[in-house]
Design a protein around this ligand. Structure first.
Ligand code: UTP
Length: 334
């Protein structure tokens, strides 16, 4: 089987509640991390792995995603399926059953993997990426026997292992996967209120289907503010950008879009400044400033500034005499 025969299913219909308020008006996958939106990294990585056909499941703010993909990814053959109601990942993938024949690779829309994805397509076996995590209760968790997955449970209260499922799955025979999803959807069974992809795969495993767990180290989640900033730091460390800014000090690693305007500022380490953003007289580190945002007279760290947001701080003027003591930090005075 060659890599190009695979269709990639990328579900991006979720509402992204953990990234509110950004996701009230902007779909999670269009938020910037490093030098481009999350979905840009995912589509580039799939393309680099040899994928030509992609089926995206869109729902919440889906038109904005379609617009971005149409503008930037004309070289990929992308089809769309609408998920009107976010009933869960299993439901989202089941909806793609008429768009996909042959082998399928499912890649979550909020995970960036720093790994050779092509091995999921060149392996002769069905594969799921896994990683040991400290607290597996937030994830799908697998048990392994004889080198294959022997059981899997979504968000277990008492996990039997710490091997979490981390966002990429490949199946050579997509009909087997869609049949299991169909049974699950027909049964109306949910776990934690959602039709879970893990439950459909768990049923396949119970029926004797062989799935190989593939350990992956470079797994970067983009689902929460703190993990988005962590992923940003990783991307900036990995890709060495050479940003330019007027009358400013750049402390690498930093990304500044060629269309952003940065002046009289100290930027970095770990700052990403998106397209059309404007930074003036500010100090910005460990932060993501999305497209067309505007920042003046601010000192920001560990911050996410949404697209077209404006943040203006204070510039004071002092005429300070001998032995004066001036404290702006309220906690110091108390
Ligand atoms: P998440 O579980 O992270 O959900 O979905 P979410 O809506 O994106 O974010 P939170 O939990 O509310 O903060 C993992 C992936 O599955 C997609 C999401 O878009 C994301 O890429 N998904 C999830 C769907 O496409 N449909 C669904 O019904 C659920």
């Amino acid at each position: 089987m060659t890599k190009t025969e695979f269709t990639a299913v990328v579900p991006v219909a979720g509402t992204g509640t953990r990234l509110r308020p950004h996701t009230y008006t902007y779909p999670k996958v269009l938020l910037t991390v490093g030098d481009k939106p999350i979905i840009g990294h995912i589509l580039d990585d799939l393309h680099a792995a040899g994928i030509k056909k992609i089926c995206m499941v869109v729902g919440y703010l889906g038109d904005k995603i379609k617009e971005y993909v149409a503008k930037n990814y004309r070289h990929l053959d992308v089809s769309y399926v609408e998920q009107a109601e976010q009933k869960g990942l299993g439901h989202a993938i089941w909806l793609t059953r008429r768009n996909v024949t042959g082998p399928v690779v499912v890649m979550l829309g909020d995970t960036i993997l720093d790994a050779d994805l092509s091995k999921f397509m060149t392996s002769k076996e069905d594969c799921i990426a896994v990683k040991e995590v400290k607290d597996p209760r937030r994830f799908g968790v697998v048990e392994v026997k004889g080198g294959y997955i022997s059981a899997m449970v979504e968000k277990p209260e008492n996990p039997k292992t710490n091997l979490a499922i981390v966002g990429i799955y490949s199946f050579h025979n997509s009909s087997a996967l869609y049949n299991s999803l169909e049974k699950l959807v027909d049964s109306g069974r949910t776990t934690k209120g959602e039709i879970q992809f893990t439950d459909a795969m768990a049923a396949m495993v119970r029926d004797g289907h062989k799935i190989r767990p593939v350990p992956i180290e470079g797994w970067y989640d983009c689902g929460k503010p703190e993990t988005l900033l962590e992923t940003n730091r990783h991307i900036l460390d990995k890709k060495k950008f050479s940003p330019k800014a007027k009358n400013s000090l750049i402390i690498p690693p930093v990304y500044i879009s060629p269309t952003a305007k940065v002046e009289n500022s100290i930027v970095g380490p770990y700052a990403s400044i998106g397209d059309g953003a404007s930074i003036d007289s500010s100090i910005i580190s460990d932060s993501i400033v999305n497209e067309n945002a505007s920042i003046r007279n601010m000192n920001l760290s560990g911050s996410l500034v949404g697209p077209s947001a404006t943040v203006i701080g204070r510039k004071d003027q002092l005429n300070v005499g001998e032995n004066s003591e001036i404290k702006f930090d309220k906690t110091v005075c108390e």
